[in-house]
Write a protein that binds this ligand. Structure first.
Ligand code: TMP
Length: 211
């Protein structure tokens, strides 16, 4: 019987260095012989990428918090069924650039949507799929925003005020504290190499569990 793959998600605020870490971690896992599926949220399927374009479009400035939440979960429900679950069943590992913790942090913490409502959506939409490990790149909001400032045009969510991102950060940190066995919090103010080494060290136990 094929052994189920491992499911890793990566979370963090703006400018935390997620993209750099993803590239390094992907190379490391592949070099270790892992067959890897890398996907992002919102997105990762044709439907999800269309939803991403809508939900991040600054032109939709009047989108309601409820619509935003449901769109995130619509993309996620498709991604779980079309890509993540089949890959894990086939023994592949999945590296997901954000997953359900982002909805708790952004739509729950940031927008004030009830956490219990999000939990209900999670139970329904995620088909019981939870990451085996979640890496949280943690960084003070001001540092992250300064890093991100040099990039291209901000998407709709990136235009939010600092207070929004403070709530996002606090929610992520609280979730990490509540689930220490799943989360690994990485200090994202360290150098990219240090961050990568910390992430690599954090993934070691997944190999042991898979052996
Ligand atoms: P990215 O910039 O990391 O690709 O993420 C896209 C944006 O979508 C980012 O601002 C976080 C936001 N987001 C949510 O608000 N809720 C979610 O559930 C997800 C997955 C992302």
């Amino acid at each position: 019987m094929t052994q189920r793959g491992r499911f890793i998600s990566l979370e963090g605020g703006e400018g935390a260095g997620k993209s750099t870490l993803l590239a390094g971690l992907r190379d490391h896992l592949v070099a270790r012989g892992v067959t890897l599926l890398q996907v992002r949220e919102p997105g990762g399927t044709p439907l999800g990428e269309s939803i991403r374009a809508i939900v991040l479009d600054p032109a939709h400035s009047s989108i309601s918090a409820e619509s935003e939440l449901l769109l995130m979960f619509a993309a996620r429900a498709q991604l779980v069924r079309e890509r993540i679950a089949p890959a894990l069943d086939a023994g592949q590992w999945v590296l997901c650039d954000r997953y359900v913790d982002a909805s708790y942090a952004y739509q729950g913490g940031g927008r004030g949507q009830p956490m219990e409502r999000i939990a209900e959506l999670e139970r329904w939409a995620c088909a019981g799929l939870k990451p085996d490990m979640t890496l949280l790149l943690d960084l003070p909001v001001s540092t992250g925003r300064a890093r991100a400032a040099g990039r291209g045009a901000a998407d709709r969510i990136e235009t939010e005020a600092d207070a929004f991102f403070e709530r996002v950060r606090e929610t992520y940190r609280a979730r990490a504290q509540n689930e220490p066995q799943r989360f690994r919090v990485i200090d994202a103010s360290a150098s990219p190499d240090k961050v990568l080494q910390a992430a690599i060290a954090a993934t070691e136990h997944l190999f042991e569990a898979a052996a």
